[in-house]
Structures are given as structure tokens and as C-alpha cells.
Design a protein around this ligand. Structure first.
Ligand code: CA
Length: 227
């Protein structure tokens, strides 16, 4: 899951980034509104953590840009402006949640998980699908009681396609979700295919059937069997 942190306080931005990366998220940071605006324009993020008080930009305008560019990007406003008015304004424009500063990092994480659950229409941090248990909180995949040992990238790809089950996800979407700022040759290469191949092999040791389908020339689709 790729997160853009927009925060002009460098110490705070680094603290949030370090914490979230330890928790297994991929993060990019923008210290100015202008850089954030450029990043929003060129990448698709799963989540935007947005400080409203930026020196060079109206945070609310960034929120509008994000919503216009990709309505699938979840937004959590992080702001010292705890005034009710700002909160309502942000939520009305399309922010998913609002966390007044100062906040605890653990609370931030649980808000992120809650927002992502709502976005994907799931109730718990554990997804049960095709006899797999995907624990989004622990970043673990189980089949019965067996933990399926996956690399970080394999887990990222699997959880991404599972969250988008029964929909085709493109190589570009996977690449952006996992690597962030993409380089052209990155997603044209067979990089992702290698991870998918390894994933299929690992999953097939525990469960039957290939539900991780290749959609020729486009990408991949995780098929839910008998939901
Ligand atoms: Ca600020």
C-alpha cells in the first residue's frame, strides 16, 4: 500500500514515515504543496495523509486535486486546525477521516486500517477468501493453521489483488502500489510476473486451483471462488 505523506514539518514527516514503513507500508513524503501536487498528478496513491497548514499551498486545494485525479485515493487530514469548520469542510470535499495534531502513531495506524477497510468494504483486518486468511494487520497469510511464508513484495501483491478481488488490476497499478514513483521499464519488465509466479507456487502448496489469473496484455485478477 502506497501512502503519500504531505507535511511541511520535516521531523514529524520523518517520524510518520519511519513508523509506517516499519509497519509495512510504502511511503513517499512531500514537504511542500507544490511537490505534493506534482506527485498526485503523476502517481496513484492508496492513501494521502494531508496536513492542511502548508506554507505554499492551501491544503484544501490539494484535497480537491486528489479527489479529482483519483477518487479511490483515501484521504486522512492531519492538522493542527482542529476547528470544527475545517474538519467539516475537509470531510465534505471527500476526506475520509480527520486526525487533529498532536496524534499518536498507533492511533494513526488504526485510523488508516479503518479507512482502508471502509474503502474496500470489509469489516475486519482479516480477509477470508478461497480458504486463505489474509491478516492485513500482521501482514500474514494463513491456510488453516499454516503460515504461508511470503516475501514482502509477494505479500504486497497478494493483499493488493485480494482487496481488488474479481477485478483486473494492471501491472502499472501493482507497480505504483508497491514501488511508488515508477520508471517506465519497471512495469514493462517481467519483474511483477516473477513475483506472481513465485506467489502461485507458494499458494499451490497449500490450496488447489489457480485463482490468480493472468489477463493477457493487461494484468492479473484474483478470483473469489464460491463467496
Ligand atoms: Ca503544517
Amino acid at each position: 500500500m502506497l501512502i503519500l505523506i504531505v507535511e511541511d514539518e520535516i521531523t514529524l514527516a520523518n517520524e510518520v514515515r519511519n513508523f509506517l514503513e516499519k509497519e509495512g507500508f510504502s511511503c513517499e513524503v512531500a514537504h511542500t504543496g507544490r511537490i505534493a501536487s506534482e506527485k498526485l498528478f503523476s502517481n496513484d496513491y492508496d492513501l494521502l495523509l494531508l496536513d492542511l497548514g502548508l506554507p505554499d499551498y492551501e491544503g484544501i486545494d490539494l484535497l480537491k486535486e486528489s479527489v479529482a485525479k483519483n477518487s479511490n485515493t483515501a484521504v486522512i487530514i492531519l492538522s493542527a486546525r482542529s476547528a470544527l469548520e475545517d474538519r467539516i469542510k475537509g470531510l465534505n470535499i471527500g476526506a475520509d477521516d480527520y486526525l487533529p495534531k498532536p496524534f499518536s502513531l498507533l492511533e494513526l495506524k488504526s485510523r488508516i486500517m479503518a479507512v482502508m477497510r471502509r474503502k474496500h468494504g470489509i469489516r475486519a483486518n482479516i480477509i477470508q477468501i478461497n480458504k486463505l486468511h489474509v491478516d492485513l494487520d500482521k501482514r500474514q497469510v494463513l491456510s488453516g493453521r499454516n503460515i504461508i511464508t511470503l516475501t514482502r513484495k509477494e505479500y504486497d501483491i497478494l493483499s493488493f489483488v485480494v482487496l481488488n478481488k474479481n477485478r483486473v488490476v494492471t501491472r502499472l497499478q501493482i507497480s505504483e502500489h508497491i514501488w511508488g514513483d515508477i520508471i517506465e521499464e519497471n512495469y514493462n519488465s517481467n519483474y511483477i510476473d516473477v513475483h506472481i509466479k513465485n506467489l502461485r507456487k507458494k499458494l499451490s502448496e497449500y490450496i488447489e486451483g489457480d485463482f490468480l489469473e493472468t489477463v493477457r496484455g493487461i494484468g492479473f485478477q484474483f478470483i473469489e471462488i464460491n463467496p
